[in-house]
Write a protein that binds this ligand. Structure first.
Ligand code: B16
Ligand code: MG
Length: 222
């Protein structure tokens, strides 16, 4: 079966906005008397905004202190800070090899999708100069379920007009890998501690089109 589409996660695969998320969450948490560090931030990768807040409050022993309206207000304040930090983002922040891979996929007629749970994804793509590089971006605001549920990768495949069996998903977070596999795509993981992937690379510079196609072909023989 020919490879018809590649669906990318955003944060950690196309660019690394995790540090900006960390700074915004760290400052918000400090205001509530909770300390988080970069190691704790690893647990927030690929996790939605409100679920991230719930994890931080639980970490600080303050899980049950806030109403839903208060949680929304805290998350909104964090997001305003995060969006301010995003003004520093530019095409220089595209992770190694990704711009070339996107160009090669387009040249070879392989469709390109985005499966990010970030509601700021359109703004991040614009800052990177990549808005036109994607054929379909799943709208995080319209999803019922967050990763690890398969909904976002299924939505991306449907939007691209391909079946999951014709597509590769690329993720840096465990919840995202579970989402890809549950949806039925071939899973490529970026990082060192991801379980259940079909192909694991240590960093994005390994993601060349020839390498992707070679792994895709091997899969067909299994
Ligand atoms: P926002 P991804 C995720 O992006 C981030 O990894 C995660 O840290 C963040 O909380 C989430 O987006 C929501 O982002 O607050 O901008 O809506 O990895 O799915 O591209
Ligand atoms: Mg990610």
């Amino acid at each position: 079966m020919k490879l018809e589409a590649v669906v990318f996660d955003l944060d950690g695969v196309i660019t690394d906005t995790a540090h900006y998320h960390f700074v915004a969450w760290r400052d918000m948490a400090l205001g509530l008397g909770i300390h988080i560090d970069e190691a704790f931030n690893e647990r927030l990768k690929g996790v939605s905004r409100l679920d991230s807040l719930r994890l931080i409050l639980a970490h600080g022993g303050k899980a049950d202190l806030f109403s839903d309206a208060e949680l929304e207000a805290i998350a909104t304040r964090k997001n305003e800070h995060y969006v301010n930090l995003l003004s520093a983002l530019s095409p220089a922040d595209i992770l190694p090899g990704i711009a070339e891979l996107l160009r090669e996929l387009r040249q070879n007629g392989i469709r390109i999708g985005l499966a990010s749970v970030s509601k700021n994804a359109p703004q991040v793509l614009a800052a990177l100069g990549l808005t036109d590089a994607f054929d379909y971006c799943a709208d995080a605001a319209k999803l019922t379920h967050s990763k690890p549920h398969p909904e976002i990768f299924l939505t991306a495949c449907a939007g691209l007009g391909v079946t999951p069996a014709q597509a590769i998903g690329v993720e840096d977070a465990q919840a995202g890998v579970i989402s890809i596999k549950a949806a039925g795509l071939y899973a490529v993981g970026v990082g060192s501690q991801l379980e259940g992937v079909d192909w694991l690379v240590p960093c994005t510079s390994h993601l060349t089109l020839p390498a992707l196609l070679a792994h895709w072909a091997d899969r067909q023989q299994n």
